[in-house]
Design a protein around this ligand. Structure first.
Ligand code: ADP
Length: 416
């Protein structure tokens, strides 16, 4: 009896220890499954490693299976949403949505990375929490104007292009942040290369022009003189090309470096016209200034004179002998217009939109014969941009062309 009782006692203790540890294992497994279920709800798949069949391990397997089926079903029912979410998650472009009340409704992972938000942005007021002032500005401007607004800016070590786009639905705004650091760096390398090449070419080309021109004074045979003429002409053309390319790259590099001031433009017009008077006389062209009297405009004198000189030079180049070139000033409200009007051949409408591009020429042969480089109007456009002015053209083929510099009138508040 005692033996039986002892046997039962030992068996009971052994069962108790075994069942207790099994219970602990099951509890731990259940806790794992609960955690896994929570991850499933958050949209993840394969959330538990399946264990041995028959116990909680099988449950884990079933939970995983369930997760896969839910996901497959979700993709089947909402394929577009799944792909859209993948695009939002994987794109390197920062994206954020602001609702009609200015509250941030969503920011994708790239948007979070590029802008280094100090705290969770979703649900906050965009104007207060967007860490980049230029982005906050384009979002506000796009919301107010209902038009796309864009600007490039620097944020830490990055160059960014920020854009605000009004959304058709619900009056919200989409903010886009593009990392353009490598594009800006490549652009700088290109600009410096072009500037260096033209700078290096300048000295030997100047020497060639000098020697070739001094040969003209020598006692040459007619054959030698006939060979020298194209040599001088082409050397001069090359020299002008170097100067224009250099000017253009310098202009791009220091675009923000053309401070404007209130200036009477009439002495500047006279200066340019005086400089080109001999050229006009040689081509038998009447060159005149028509200004109502002293006219104050806001400009950078260097950029303005260079632009005007290019326009008058072109007018003289392309207008046939006996024609007229007039520099006309007109003031309308807060705008001062300086127009260069010629009686030349005019320019057909199909060329108008491309005329200010580098090396764009209506008639390349004619431009070359006239000593043109194809860069004059591109320079004018850049000079205007650098001083906050604008340039436009009108032309009627067979009648003539008018190129107009649009300047802001003088800021009288400052002039006083
Ligand atoms: P280019 O050195 O060839 O003159 P520009 O950039 O100054 O280069 O001008 C581009 C082209 O525009 C010229 O090649 C010419 O075909 C045309 N153009 C410019 N100004 C005039 C003008 N006043 N009349 C007719 N054509 C012009």
């Amino acid at each position: 009896m005692l033996l039986v009782a002892w046997g039962v006692g030992v068996a009971g203790a052994a069962w108790g220890a075994a069942s207790f540890s099994a219970l602990r294992r099951e509890r731990a497994a259940l806790a794992d499954v609960t955690r896994a279920a929570k991850r499933l709800v958050a949209g993840e798949t394969h959330v538990v490693a399946p264990g041995a069949p028959g116990g909680p391990g099988e449950l884990a397997f079933l939970v995983n299976e369930l997760g896969n089926r839910v996901r497959t079903e979700h993709i089947r029912i909402h394929p577009d949403r799944v792909f859209e979410q993948a695009m939002l998650r994987e794109t390197p472009n920062g994206l954020m949505v602001v609702d009609g009340r200015g509250i941030i409704r969503g920011v994708n992972p790239a948007g979070r990375n590029l802008l280094d938000w100090a705290s969770e942005p979703v649900g906050t007021v965009a104007s207060a929490s967007v860490p980049l002032p230029d982005l906050a500005a384009v979002l506000r401007e796009a919301a107010d104007s209902r038009e796309v607004r864009e600007r490039s800016t620097r944020y830490g070590a990055r160059d960014l292009l920020v854009r605000g786009l009004p959304l058709a639905d619900g009056g919200g705004t989409l903010g886009v942040v593009l990392d353009i650091t490598s594009v800006v760096a490549a652009e700088r390398v290109r600009r410096e290369f072009v500037a260096n090449v033209s700078h290096e070419l300048r000295t030997p080309v100047t020497a060639i022009v000098g020697y070739a021109e001094s040969l003209e004074d020598e006692n040459l045979t007619p054959q030698a003189r006939a060979l020298l003429a194209p040599l001088v002409r082409n050397a001069l053309r090359l020299s002008r090309l170097c100067e224009d390319v250099l000017a253009l790259s310098v202009l791009e590099a220091r675009a923000a470096d053309f401070p404007t001031e209130n200036v009477d433009i009439v002495p500047l017009l006279d200066e340019v016209v005086d400089l080109l008077r001999d050229t006009a006389a040689a081509r038998k062209i009447r060159l005149r200034v028509d200004a109502p009297g002293p006219t104050m405009a806001r400009l950078n004198a260097e950029a303005f004179t260079a632009s005007l000189q290019n326009l008058v030079d072109n007018a003289l180049k392309y207008t046939p002998e006996g024609g007229d070139v007039q520099v006309r000033v007109s003031v309308e409200g807060k705008n001062v217009d300086v127009a260069v009007v010629d009686t030349g051949p005019g320019i057909a409408p199909e060329h108008h939109s491309r005329l200010f591009e580098r090396f764009y020429r209506v008639d390349a042969g004619r431009s070359r014969d006239a000593g043109g480089t194809g860069l004059g109007l591109a320079l004018v456009k850049h000079y205007c941009r650098a001083m906050g002015a604008d340039v436009s053209m009108q032309s009627t083929p067979g009648t003539g062309s008018t190129f107009t510099l649009h300047l802001p009138a003088a800021d009288l508040g400052e002039a006083r």
